[in-house]
Design a protein around this ligand. Structure first.
Ligand code: F6P
Length: 343
């Protein structure tokens, strides 16, 4: 029987355990494979820190947030000063892989993880990637698991801000995560009925943002909700939200408050759709191992499971198209992207 390794790397997100369970159960139950779970991402391979996962350990984890394997942002190919110009970590990983006689390594992660997975594949390891992240920015797939759960959390928060914004007639700014991509802000902003949505992919102008707020005020809409992605460009050192709050108070005189949602967006139980997506990815990855379809990342394209070569994925970001259909529709409804009054 084949022996496979599995790890979760990069920032955590809801659905990681569902994916581990999907891979592990399919591998054990359907193919009779052995499953080694490596702890804390690539560190587990570097330090030979692993557990042999039995089917019983994969029960009861579907709905649980986080990852039973732990995670880290360890990048084995990155050379740091103390490495004196070289890193031995990839060698250590290869050694663990061959010592344990692994037939394949399943890497569950985002862009950085796919890059490392690709480099390991180039060195001769059999690797399969599974895309996860709340940022939804992995190249080669239409969607990553974790994204929908984060949209749910951010939407709940926006709903709550609506009522307090309305009571006080304030401008409420909510900053959501997303790294350099605006997916989370766009989707949560639309689901939560945001009045202004600012994302890195669409350049905004602070005067235009203020003008939109003032126009709303004049039109008897004395409160406004701004949903901003953490990755937008701004001239200040702190958060995007604090920059906006300061600028809006200065230019409009309307009371403004900010909320930076933070890690709440990455915690807790996955939504039903994320559970299903992570399970599908996991089970499909096990099938790919059985079919020896290595050097690939499992993906979803137009609703169908497929594989993409890891060399096409690694390092590339999938950003929001500024002409995305949802943005076009939103604009027609009067949602602002902070660029309407720019000349
Ligand atoms: O990639 C997920 C993410 O939550 C991003 O949205 C955010 O920018 C980053 O991770 C935060 O990273 P860390 O967990 O290292 O603070």
């Amino acid at each position: 029987p084949k022996r496979i390794g599995i790890l979760t790397a990069g920032g955590d997100c809801p659905g990681l355990n569902a994916a581990i369970r999907g891979v592990g159960k399919t591998a054990i139950v359907n193919y009779g494979m052995e499953v080694y779970g490596f702890n804390a991402g690539f560190l587990g391979l570097i330090n030979k820190d692993y557990t042999i996962l039995k089917e019983s350990q994969l029960s009861g984890i579907l709905t649980v947030g986080g990852t039973i394997l732990g995670t880290s942002r360890e990048k084995p190919y990155k050379i740091v000063k103390s490495d004196h110009g070289e890193t031995h970590k990839p060698e250590m990983i290869k050694q663990t892989y061959s010592e344990l006689e692994l037939d394949c390594l399943v890497c569950i992660g985002g862009n950085g993880t796919m890059k490392t997975a690709h480099m390991l594949a180039m060195e001769g390891l059999n690797v399969i990637g599974i895309p996860k992240t709340i940022d939804n920015d992995v190249w080669g797939t239409d969607v990553t698991f974790g994204f929908e759960s984060a949209v749910q959390v951010a939407t709940d928060a926006i709903d709550r801000l609506h009522t307090t914004a309305n009571s006080h007639q304030r401008v409420m700014i909510i900053e959501v995560m997303g790294h350099n991509a605006g997916w989370l802000a766009l989707y949560a902003g639309m689901a939560g009925g945001g009045d202004i949505i600012l994302i890195p992919e669409v350049p905004y102008n602070i005067r235009s943002v203020c003008k939109k707020i003032e126009k709303r005020y004049e039109n008897k809409k004395p409160y406004s909700i701004i949903v901003v992605a953490e990755g937008i460009e701004h001239p200040k050192k702190g958060s995007a939200a604090s920059y906006l709050a300061e600028a809006i108070t200065t230019y409009t005189d309307i009371e403004t408050r900010e909320t930076v949602l933070g890690y709440i967006q990455r915690g807790g139980s996955p939504t039903p759709m994320d559970r299903i997506l992570a399970t599908r990815y996991g089970a499909f990855a096990a099938e790919c191992i059985a079919n020896e379809c290595f050097g690939t990342m499992v993906a979803l394209k137009k609703g169908d499971l497929t594989t993409v070569p890891l060399d096409e994925v690694g390092g590339k970001l999938r950003l929001v198209d500024p002409n995305h259909q949802l943005i076009q529709k939103a604009r027609k409804m009067g949602v602002s992207f902070g660029d309407e009054y720019m000349q």
